[in-house]
Design a protein around this ligand. Structure first.
Ligand code: ZN
Ligand code: ZN
Ligand code: ZN
Length: 103
């Protein structure tokens, strides 16, 4: 895996103490520290600054699939229900709090 997922991770696929179902493999990039985090709560507890949300128009990597290490822009991520690189399904519930990660 090229990128390392930060946070209270519990495995090698980016699951953390807060979100750890089979589907919870997505990590989100914070624009302040430019690191991929397992979840918003992990960032809040460890980073020491407010999560820098990625602009939805930003075409750079916004999320990382912890399963294969592949990255997606917001637009790519918003259009799929599974990783386009390795086909691992994403948690559809993440869309409910996407305002924490994207602006
Ligand atoms: Zn940060
Ligand atoms: Zn977490
Ligand atoms: Zn993947």
């Amino acid at each position: 895996m090229i990128h390392q997922v930060r946070g209270h991770t519990v495995d090698e696929q980016g699951r953390c103490t807060h979100w750890h179902s089979e589907l919870d493999v997505v990590a989100n990039r914070c624009t302040v520290c430019d690191e991929f985090w397992a979840c918003h709560s992990c960032h809040e507890e460890l980073a020491g600054h407010v999560f820098g949300r990625v602009l939805k128009s930003d075409l750079r990597p916004a999320v990382l699939c912890g399963c294969c290490g592949g990255t997606l822009s917001y637009r790519q991520y918003a259009a799929v229900t599974a990783c386009p690189h390795c086909a691992h399904p994403f948690n559809p519930g993440c869309k409910l709090h996407e305002e924490l990660y994207f602006a």
